[in-house]
Write a protein that binds this ligand. Structure first.
Ligand code: NDP
Ligand code: MG
Length: 391
């Protein structure tokens, strides 16, 4: 059987590197034909020399020529602008791993869906921004969108135990992040260093901060709403500090089907690549007896109002996902730069959401406008009432 050709968007990131680790064990079945990164051109050059793909793409135009000089023979650089989208268009591949962080991944992910590719999706923000558009495009082109996000991979696996119409609700688990037990005043004074110290998962900086604010779970509620087509009130969240049970589906007969495993992204990445087959995976094995017990707690929406916002956006739909995501991206970045406090991330995002006039069934240009508007709105809110820094 011929090998499946794979492109990785975001190969220089945390998910990108885990995907390459999975693919190195599956070399008989998969061929890496395209790699793409944002700014880390030296890491991308190294990956290209090891994997020898047909094409590489780098979003940062200022380092494209330095990268080109270090590529192996036969590996072509896609230079200029929109390089990730043009990479997706250049190869008639079987699978695109979408692992860029944030809204930046939307154009290339949408293009892959338009071309009817199988998309292994880690980059949740495109679904949050343009879930309706992506899913309707996938339906038209026959593209398969397979989740890499561990909770959604768990739900996807559990759904195979029954029929969609017999599902009562899905329950997404959340570790609770580094501030699970923090008081409101500790949250107000949380530092970037503390927020980056995730207890169970090792991830890129943006999603690590999203986990601390629980904006990540809000994004995942919206992601689940579009990916699986459930109503917002069918999507619950439970705090599970050990990150062993990755999410579950409750059917109408009361049966709950869950997926468990050690917290290692290589498991859901591999499943998205090999579905419906399963193969041995480098992730360590789960021993429930070593763990002894698993804990489940009700989330506290007073200390973590982000969860409420996630449900609100999942209910309202339209352009609210684009606004919510963009405001959160800007605030997440401002917090990491020390310009705003930890709780300002959710506070400002909620304010921006409140000031937005929703557009229903938005087209791509309307979503891009909503995204741009929300980013400017955060800046203008901060300009009119500057925030006192806490760290
Ligand atoms: P990282 O920050 O580690 O990696 C992000 C990747 O995106 C890098 O390759 C980066 O390139 C690239 N990138 C950033 N900006 C651009 C841009 N403007 N154009 C092109 N490429 C760009 O993030 P993660 O790997 O942690 O997360 C990736 C996605 O997966 C996110 O959406 C996240 O929410 C999701 N996810 C991550 C999980 C994890 O365990 N890490 C778990 C579940 C979901 P470079 O570094 O070269 O600048
Ligand atoms: Mg997740």
């Amino acid at each position: 059987m011929s090998k499946q050709q794979v492109i990785i968007l975001g190969s220089t990131g945390s998910i990108g590197e885990s995907a390459l680790s999975v693919l190195s064990e599956l070399a008989d079945s998969f061929d890496v034909v395209g790699l793409a990164g944002g700014t880390q051109w030296q890491k991308l050059a190294q990956q290209a020399r090891y994997w020898n793909p047909k094409y590489v793409a780098l979003a940062d135009t200022s380092h494209q020529q330095s990268l080109k000089a270090q590529l192996p023979d036969g590996c072509q650089l896609i230079d200029g602008i929109d390089t990730l989208t043009r990479l997706v268009e250049s190869v008639d591949c079987d699978c695109v791993i979408s692992a860029v962080v944030g809204a930046a991944g939307l154009p290339a992910t949408l293009r892959a869906v338009e071309l009817g590719r199988k998309v292994a999706l880690a980059n949740k923000e495109p679904l949050v921004i343009a879930g309706e558009l992506l899913m309707s495009t996938a339906e038209r082109t026959g593209a398969k969108i397979l989740p890499i996000d561990s909770e959604h991979s768990a739900v996807f696996q559990a759904l195979q135990a029954g029929l969609q119409e017999d599902v009562e609700r899905i329950v997404l688990t959340a570790s609770g992040g580094p501030f699970r037990d923090a008081t409101e005043s500790e949250l107000e004074n949380a530092t970037v260093k503390d927020a980056l110290n995730h207890p169970t998962w090792s991830m890129g900086p943006k999603i690590t901060i999203d986990s601390a604010t629980m904006m990540n779970k809000a994004l995942e509620i919206i992601e689940a709403r579009w990916l699986f087509g459930f109503e917002s009130d069918q999507i619950d969240v439970v705090i599970h500090p050990e990150s062993i049970l990755h999410s579950m589906v409750e059917f109408c007969d009361g049966s709950v089907i869950a997926q468990m495993g050690t917290p290692d992204m290589r498991t859901p990445i591999q499943y998205a690549l090999t579905y419906p087959r399963r193969f041995p995976c480098p992730a360590s094995r789960l021993s429930l007896t070593d763990l002894g017990q698993l804990t489940f707690l009700e989330p506290d929406t007073q200390r973590f109002p982000s969860l409420r916002l996630g449900h609100r956006v999942a209910t309202e739909g339209g352009s609210t996902g684009a606004v919510f995501n963009a405001a959160n991206e800007v605030c997440n970045d401002l917090f990491r730069k020390g310009s705003i406090g930890f709780c300002d991330i959710v506070r400002l995002t909620e304010e921006v959401l409140g000031a937005h006039d929703r557009v229903d069934h938005p087209k791509l240009d309307e979503l891009i406008d909503a995204d741009g508007w929300a980013r400017r709105e955060v800046e203008s809110m901060l300009a009119t009432s500057p925030i006192k820094k806490v760290n």
